[in-house]
Design a protein around this ligand. Structure first.
Ligand code: SAM
Ligand code: SF4
Length: 331
């Protein structure tokens, strides 16, 4: 390992890298993807496992310690356990997690565990089969539930990501928390962000943390804020006062956490991004493909971190949504 840490112009140290392994998906959540007509990146433009591994190794040399694999739907990427094994072996990498919609999880959980994966975020907004179909435009609820069961059986540490859209999932907030309490799964409620492909986001379409807290306290009981173990973690965490279970909130809209951001992103087609909402991005694929020397890759990573803005401006009139929707950035 070599090199000074990745510090941006606001003193934020970057040790967390999210890697998108594909922009494809097998379901069509309305707040992420259009129902049809999606143009996916051609295969030749997608980074190979060797290119991803090399990028992660260079990033680890600059102080990156935590990796998350995401997409699109990462389980659609053929032989994903091979990539997990490769990145798990990189010196300096201390933690690897995966974010998935869970549809293919029951089939792949064992192989992923054998490759070294221990932590998963499974995306599930509702326990109501009909609302699941309405949100995802697919009928795969039972497969996701089977995936969660299989991962619990295999001993994974699981969190559930639930996207919070107003006038849609209010009735799901409490049942999801009860489900989590019964199984030792933390539910992470994620405020709907302006990253959809069809421009449907509006400030009024966000179910906000305070509203969800009120629903949970009314439906289950008091919650206590958990003092922040890692102030750079985006989720604000709460435990139920009866000692059973916890929930977290990713409140990018009502409580932006940009000042503590420690993340960098690599898209499936080889762009480095300093923010989910960034307008600009840096191509690293060309450097990975044209030179065996890691120097240019390192320089591109450093340059992207140096250029990082202070934060997104979702709550201001100046906000411009990024040109890429969530599935093509990697959530
Ligand atoms: N397909 C996987 C999944 O759904 O978990 C991984 C990629 S997905 C883009 C990553 C996460 O982004 C999802 O778990 C979902 O919670 C979140 N997400 C997608 N669109 C969102 C939006 N418009 N606002 C907030 N969160 C969103
Ligand atoms: Fe697919 Fe995940 Fe986007 Fe849903 S949120 S469409 S599962 S990439």
């Amino acid at each position: 390992m070599s090199g000074a840490p990745l510090v941006d112009g606001f003193g934020r140290v970057h040790d967390n890298l999210r890697i998108s392994v594909t922009d494809r998906c097998n379901i069509r959540c309305f707040y992420c993807m259009p129902e049809d007509g999606v143009k996916f990146v051609p295969k030749r433009e997608i980074l190979t496992f060797e290119e991803i591994e090399r990028f992660a190794r260079v990033a680890a040399g600059l102080g990156v310690r935590k990796l998350r694999l995401t997409g699109g739907e990462p389980l659609l990427r053929k032989d994903l356990p091979v990539l997990v094994r490769k990145v798990a072996a990189i010196p300096g990498i201390e933690d690897i997690a995966l974010t998935t919609n869970g549809v293919l999880l029951a089939e792949q959980a064992a192989a992923l565990r054998d490759s070294g994966l221990r932590r998963l975020n499974v995306h599930l907004d509702t326990l109501d089969r009909e609302r699941f179909r309405q949100i995802t435009r697919r009928d795969d609820f039972d497969r996701v539930m089977a995936g969660i069961d299989e991962c619990l059986r295999l001993g994974y540490s699981i969190k559930i990501n639930a996207v919070a859209v107003k006038n849609l999932v209010e009735a799901d907030i409490v049942p999801l928390a009860l489900f989590g309490r019964e199984r030792g799964i933390e539910i992470r409620y994620i405020e709907f962000m302006p990253l959809d492909s069809q421009g449907i986001w509006l400030p009024g379409a966000v179910l906000r943390q305070d509203d969800m807290l009120a629903l949970l306290e009314k439906g289950i009981g008091p919650l206590e804020a958990i003092p922040d173990a890692d102030p750079r973690a985006p989720a604000l965490e709460y435990r139920f006062s009866d000692g059973i279970g916890r929930v977290g909130f990713i409140s990018s809209v009502s409580r932006p956490f940009c000042l503590n951001c420690n993340r960098l992103r690599l898209t499936a087609d080889g762009k480095i991004r300093y923010c989910l909402f960034a307008i600009e991005e840096t191509d690293v694929r060309e450097a990975l493909r044209s030179s065996a020397d890691d120097g240019p890759v390192e320089a591109l990573i450093r340059g992207t971190v140096r250029a990082k803005w202070i934060g997104h401006e979702i709550n201001t009139a100046k906000f411009v949504p990024p040109p890429r929707p969530m599935y093509s950035i990697g959530g």
